[in-house]
Design a protein around this ligand. Structure first.
Ligand code: DAH
Length: 327
């Protein structure tokens, strides 16, 4: 019997054919086992031993060959996909990362409406991140579970809302600002990463000049600008820094509101938080006789919806195959 043919197999398919021809239901070795019954007791013992050894040898050789072939396939694949990032390329071939791209689209919409773009520090203190935003000492958002704290009590900002406070403290009303940037929370799964991005918005003017109706109009226009022809709905909600507060949904862009897996059969996708600025926030920054509205959104959520990306983590893995789709 020719076990050498196993070593010569050129592909996994060929190897499988050989395996069947030897060990399959009608394979040569199987057949020989069946013929044992025609032998005398003494011969049977001897031949059976040889056959068992042969069978074991064949199984071992096939397994070894399989592993070798699989490794060869993998190496070939790796060789094909190898990219030398140090090679000089006269034509830039990069792509804008979907998060940057989405961020730019958001910023573009608001700067055209005369909103300023403000930034704040990533390492914040309790006052700007919580206290001034009417998040009292016992508020669950301060929990160690959510917030990265430093030993001295400072923290990585958990949202971009502290930039509201910083902007109000250094400027006088009227204010029309957005604040894009990275935020941090202790979370990691399909839809959460410990670092992600938000855009905060704040409009403040003399009392009576800014209303929920203005907020509604701006956000509806914004969401239609981002997602095209969608329905927008405001749902009552709670945030410590706004009263009244709302969460904003758009009709599901995947099923057009009919109900699908992405929108959990509701027909709606939650995309924003917003509300009328709570008087306690104005009190914390020493503003009087003003009214305002604020909103906050997660950029990753927008980027995932706009580009139909279903695992948030894939956006941070730096896999060139993802980026190549955005050229
Ligand atoms: N800061 C909120 C968060 O991180 C988002 C937010 C909601 C900001 C409502 C706002 C707002 O300004 O009015 O979840």
């Amino acid at each position: 019997m020719d076990l050498d043919q196993i070593k010569k197999a050129a592909s996994l398919e060929e190897l499988e054919k050989i395996r069947i021809s030897l060990l399959g239901k009608n394979g040569i070795i199987t057949q020989k086992f069946k013929e044992l019954k025609n032998l005398s007791a003494e011969e049977k013992k001897k031949v059976a031993k040889e056959l068992n050894e042969l069978k074991e040898k064949a199984i071992k050789l096939i397994a070894e060959k399989k592993e070798a072939l699989e490794e060869e396939i993998l190496n070939q694949k790796l060789k094909l996909e190898r990219i030398d990032v140090t090679l000089f390329n006269p034509k830039p071939t990069g792509a804008i990362h979907p998060i940057t791209d989405t961020m730019n689209k958001i910023i573009d919409f608001f700067t055209k409406l005369n909103f300023s773009v403000e930034v704040g520090p990533l390492v914040e203190d309790d006052f700007h991140n919580f206290e001034a935003l009417n998040l009292p000492k016992y508020h669950p958002a301060r929990d160690m579970q959510d917030t990265f704290y430093f030993k001295d009590g400072s923290l990585l900002r958990t949202h971009t809302s502290p930039v509201q406070i910083r902007t109000m403290l250094k400027q006088k009303p009227p204010i029309r600002m957005i604040s894009p940037g990275a935020v941090f929370r202790r979370d990691y799964d399909l839809t959460h990463t410990p670092m992600f991005h938000q855009v905060e918005g704040l409009v403040v003017d003399e009392k009576g000049k800014v209303s929920f109706a203005n907020l509604k109009f701006i956000l509806e226009s914004f969401l239609i600008h981002m997602f095209g022809d969608v329905k927008v709905r405001f749902r009552p909600s709670f945030f410590p820094f706004t009263e009244p507060s709302a969460e904003v949904d758009i009709s599901c862009i995947f099923c057009e509101g009919k109900g699908c897996r992405v929108c959990s059969q509701t027909g709606w996708l939650e995309v924003l938080g917003c509300g009328v600025v709570d008087p306690n926030v104005f009190r914390a920054v020493g503003y009087e006789n003003v009214s305002g509205y604020a909103f906050g959104l997660g950029v990753e959520r927008f980027a995932m919806l706009l580009n139909r990306i279903n695992d948030l983590r894939s956006m941070y893995e730096g896999d060139i195959r993802l980026m190549e789709q955005f050229k």
